[in-house]
Design a protein around this ligand. Sequence first.
Ligand SMILES: Cc1cc2nc3c(=O)[nH]c(=O)nc-3n(C[C@H](O)[C@H](O)[C@H](O)COP(=O)(O)O)c2cc1C
Length: 234
Amino acid sequence: MEPRASFSFKKNWWPAPVTLISCGRMNPLAGERGPNIWVVGVLGGPCDDPPLLTISPRVGMYSYKQLVEVGQFVVNIPPPQMVREMEYCGTHTGAEVDKWKACGFTPVKGEVVDVPLIAECPVNFECVVEKQLTFEREDGSPGEHELMIGRIVHVHAHQRCLVNGELQWDLVDTIYRSRPRTWRTMGPAIGFDERKSPLAKPQEAADLIEKRVKSYEDLADIIRGTPYPTQTAS
Ligand SMILES: Cc1cc2nc3c(=O)[nH]c(=O)nc-3n(C[C@H](O)[C@H](O)[C@H](O)COP(=O)(O)O)c2cc1C
């Protein structure tokens, strides 16, 4: 067995896709802040039916007021080429800059929600806040973050991410955070679900993958040949 270390928990820097969250109404009501963008490092998908997503906003951050006020947000999936813009939105505050303008993003009104989605992102999930969970620190003071559960009410995707009208995640590359300030893209495919078949020996499995996937181009072809039903475009 590998030697193991154990320690108390500090911060959740585990590899996870990074998403851009737009919040605030496209056309703000009197007294409301204009639309803004911030970054979420750990996006959760706790339920398929009803379709839910979770985000964890820091209580009191500039965007927090807009999230609570409007009760809606959009999860925008950035492509790898958007890494600098992602960094900018996650390190600057809407209190001081217009992130839409600074990043050259095009706001497009949601189909269901009043919050704009980022047209340049290949996939966008329109969400309505379903529940908010608050937490307490050990000393009883409010937790740093809250959990916001959003119900997905509409999905948008660039045509190139669809096969026969179905959104194919293998065709949507995005940005992952593997540690603070280190961004990665998705690695090569390492297997295909062969449920219920006997376990392949590691070398056989490796040979199989080698044979099937030589590049992303091959992968796209395989996906085109075997589309997996996810989100059907209407
Ligand atoms: C990779 C990355 C992940 C982040 N994840 C979160 C998060 O999950 N929750 C959060 O409150 N802030 C997170 N942040 C920080 C906010 O995006 C950042 O504080 C942002 O500037 C807030 O914008 P605002 O002041 O306009 O509200 C993250 C930043 C980066 C760069």
